[in-house]
Design a protein around this ligand. Sequence first.
Ligand SMILES: *[C@@H]1O[C@H](CO)[C@@H](O)[C@H](O)[C@H]1NC(C)=O
Ligand SMILES: *[C@@H]1O[C@H](CO)[C@@H](O)[C@H](O)[C@H]1NC(C)=O
Ligand SMILES: *[C@@H]1O[C@H](CO)[C@@H](O)[C@H](O)[C@H]1NC(C)=O
Ligand SMILES: *[C@@H]1O[C@H](CO)[C@@H](O)[C@H](O)[C@H]1NC(C)=O
Ligand SMILES: *[C@@H]1O[C@H](CO)[C@@H](O)[C@H](O)[C@H]1NC(C)=O
Length: 256
Amino acid sequence: MDPKWTLSLLAAILHTVASAPESVFALEGNSVTLIMRHDNISNGTHIYDVTWVFNQSCDVVKYYPHYNKRRQLRIPDPYKGRIHFDRTTFSLELINPQKKDSGLYKGEINADGRKAVSEYRLNVLEQVTAPVLIVESVSSSGDLCNVTVTCRAGDLSLTSTCDISTCTQEEQAAPSSLTIFIKDGVIICNHSNPLSWHHATVELETLCQKQEIPLGDEQTPIWIYITVASGLVLLVLIGGVLFFRMHSKNQVLTVT
Ligand SMILES: *[C@@H]1O[C@H](CO)[C@@H](O)[C@H](O)[C@H]1NC(C)=O
Ligand SMILES: *[C@@H]1O[C@H](CO)[C@@H](O)[C@H](O)[C@H]1NC(C)=O
Ligand SMILES: *[C@@H]1O[C@H](CO)[C@@H](O)[C@H](O)[C@H]1NC(C)=O
Ligand SMILES: *[C@@H]1O[C@H](CO)[C@@H](O)[C@H](O)[C@H]1NC(C)=O
Ligand SMILES: *[C@@H]1O[C@H](CO)[C@@H](O)[C@H](O)[C@H]1NC(C)=O
C-alpha cells in the first residue's frame, strides 16, 4: 500500500475518533451544562454566530454577537424557559431535562475563517426506583445453604441462587440494570443506571437459620424429658412431705 494512502487513511480514522461526540449523562430534572469548546478560536477573532442544534435538525439557540442586544439571542418556542445560554462561554444549560431531550447536541462557533465544533451525546436518565427482593426458596443441609431470590424493579426482574460466597444468575435476555451479589453474608440487589442506584438486601444467615428450626427435631425431646423429670421430682417431694406429715400426725395421735 502507498504510504501516502496509509497516512491519509490514518488521518481520516484519527479525525473520526477525535470528532466522536462525547457522552454525557444527566438525571431527569437535574440541569446539565454542555460546554462549548473554543480553544480553536483566539481572543478578539470576529465571531459571526454561535449555534446549538439538537439531533441535527432542531435549533436550540442561535446567537449573533454583533446584532443589537434585543436581536442577539434567538431561542425557538419549544426551548424558551428550558435553556440558559451563556453569552461569554457559549455554553448551553438544559434546565430540568427530560428523557425526550436525549440525543445529539452540536454546538458551533462560526468565526472569521475559523470554526469550532463541540458535540455531545446526551443521555437523560430516570432516577431508578427501589428494587424489591423476594426469597423464592431456601435449601440447607449441614453447613451448606442455598437461597434463591428474585429481584424486581419496574419491568425488570432477575433471579439468582446464592450460597455464602457467591450468587449465580441466569443469563439476562436484555441488558438490565439489576445485579444480585453477596457481600459479608448479605444478599444485595442493586438497581442502577450510570447516575443513580437503589438497593435491597436480605441476610443469608437469617434465612438459613429459620430454615433449620423445623429440622432441629432432636432438640425438642430434651426439653420434654427435663419437664417430665422435674415434674416427677416435684411429685416425689410432695409425696414425701405428705407422707412425713401424715406420719407425724399419727405420732401426735398416739401421744394423746
Ligand atoms: C483569551 O482570554 C481569556 C480571558 O479573557 C484568557 O484566559 C485566555 O488565555 C485568552 N486566550 C488567548 C489565546 O489569548
Ligand atoms: C434524537 O436522536 C436520537 C438518536 O440519536 C433518538 O434516539 C431520539 O429519539 C431523537 N429525539 C428526538 C426528539 O427526535
Ligand atoms: C478549528 O478550525 C478549523 C478551521 O475552521 C476547523 O477545520 C477545525 O475543525 C476546528 N477544530 C475544532 C476542534 O473545532
Ligand atoms: C447448593 O447448590 C449447589 C450448586 O447448585 C449444589 O451442588 C448443592 O448441593 C446445593 N446445596 C444445598 C444444601 O442445597
Ligand atoms: C450499585 O451500583 C452502583 C453503580 O454501579 C454503585 O455505584 C453502587 O455503589 C452500588 N451499590 C451497592 C450497594 O453495591
